[in-house]
Write a protein that binds this ligand. Structure first.
Ligand code: FNR
Length: 383
């Protein structure tokens, strides 16, 4: 049986995860909205740039460290928030938090995580952000803010691209709906993954850990998810974002910005960082890839806020291209979930090792020793 040692790049973990997970779970991880045009564009956008190496420069020592929201990191790659991580491996968020801490980078915990704010904080002392959605009940938000502060999360990250949930047709076809609608094919497929099934059945019920109190621990998962989706508030406006910035009074990022206009508004309400993101192509299909809008956003608000991007980052060269165009750092979602599904914490550690090795090699070949050496003149845009 192949193992994480046979993975030599991030997409190798995808292939392994595909074998290890039942199809409905893999598709939930891997899929996007509608025709998955944005999902594909996220990956393709990096191909639009060539790298222009400078030679005969001393590249004996490569330094990948930088600072994000005042926090020193060893690698300019952070982990995007993803919900229900224990669906992919029973060690879930704890394993991811430990691997991120070991790599010296930041893990953003999702508000719909399967491990609580406090448990994740206890799992590692690495830097963490907490991601929130805008909930109907402001008391819930206040409670999240208090708990994040208490558990020493460094920043709050407000995701704004989920006014309603995107149309993910792979999930509909697989019956991964609420309530679930398993058919003979999906059931058979689950039975063909006994290792995953045994782990899933023998670990405590996967639930939305952070709202356990609101749920009294009584409701089943389906009604819990119904509760959560009822809590998402599609009537939210920038004023609510400003209220949250004010409540938190610390590093505050807005995730899911897709235009210059909204980047400017985020700066106006006091966001110390923005994350250009289309939710990994899972929300509005035909929304632009973050890399495609990065130059215009940097031109408009660079220097006034930190600009991060996520979506489709799979290679060291992808990270380098984003940073050369002015991003402070990049984030990634699916790659660490693939690696987790493939090999638990060891898988995510190996993912970081591979990515770090790629980046060191690529920086040396490009003639850059440190992150601040990266600039747009290292790139050529292909028409
Ligand atoms: C996500 N994403 C996400 N974003 C967020 O703000 N809160 C969340 O709970 C989730 N949940 C989630 C689950 C899964 C399975 C995926 C794949 C993604 C979006 C995520 O933070 C990020 O924006 C994308 O994953 C980035 O694209 P890549 O790196 O997956 O291509």
């Amino acid at each position: 049986m192949s193992s994480i040692e046979s993975c030599y790049n991030l997409m190798d973990f995808r292939a392994l995860a595909r074998r290890r997970l039942p199809r409905m779970i893999f598709d939930y991880l891997d899929g996007g909205a509608d025709d998955e045009v944005t999902l594909q564009r996220n990956l393709d956008s990096f191909g639009g740039y060539q790298l222009l190496p400078r030679v005969l420069r001393d590249v004996g020592e490569i330094d990948l460290s930088t600072t994000v929201q005042g926090q020193a990191v060893d690698l300019p790659v952070l982990l995007s928030p993803t919900g229900q991580t224990r669906m992919f491996h029973p060690d879930g968020e704890r394993a991811v938090a430990r691997a991120a801490a070991q790599a010296g980078t930041i893990y953003a915990l999702s508000s719909v995580s399967s491990t609580s704010i406090e448990e994740t904080a206890q799992a590692s002392d690495g830097p963490k952000w907490f991601q929130i959605y805008v909930w109907r009940d402001r008391e819930v938000i206040k409670e999240f803010i208090a708990r994040s502060r208490q558990s020493h999360y460094q920043a709050l990250c407000l995701t704004v691209d989920l006014a309603v949930t995107g149309n993910r047709e792979r999930d509909l076809r697989n019956g991964l709906t609420f309530p679930t609608a398993l058919n003979a094919r999906t059931l058979l497929d689950i039975l063909c993954h006994p290792r995953w099934l045994m782990r899933y059945l023998t670990t405590p019920k996967v639930e939305i850990a952070n709202v356990g109190a609101a749920n009294d621990g009584q409701a089943n998962r389906d009604s819990l998810l119904a509760y959560i989706s009822a809590q998402f508030d599609p009537t939210v406006t920038w004023a609510d974002g400003a209220w949250m910035v004010d409540q938190w009074r610390g590093p505050f990022l807005i995730k899911g910005i897709a235009t210059v206009e909204d980047a400017v508004r985020a700066v106006e309400i006091g966001a110390s960082g923005i994350i250009l993101s289309n939710h990994g192509g899972r929300q509005l299909d035909y929304a632009p890839a973050a890399l495609d809008i990065l130059p215009e956003v940097v031109a408009a608000v660079g220097g006034r806020t930190e600009i991060l991007i996520d979506g489709g980052v799979r290679r060291g060269t992808d990270v380098i291209k984003a940073l050369a165009l002015g991003a402070t750092a990049v984030m990634m979602g699916r790659p660490y979930l693939y690696a987790l599904a493939a090999g638990g914490e060891a898988g995510v550690r190996r993912m970081f090792d591979l990515l770090q090795a790629e980046m060191r090699r690529d920086m040396a070949l490009l003639g850059c020793r440190k992150i601040s050496d990266l600039s747009p003149d290292m790139l050529r845009h292909l028409e």
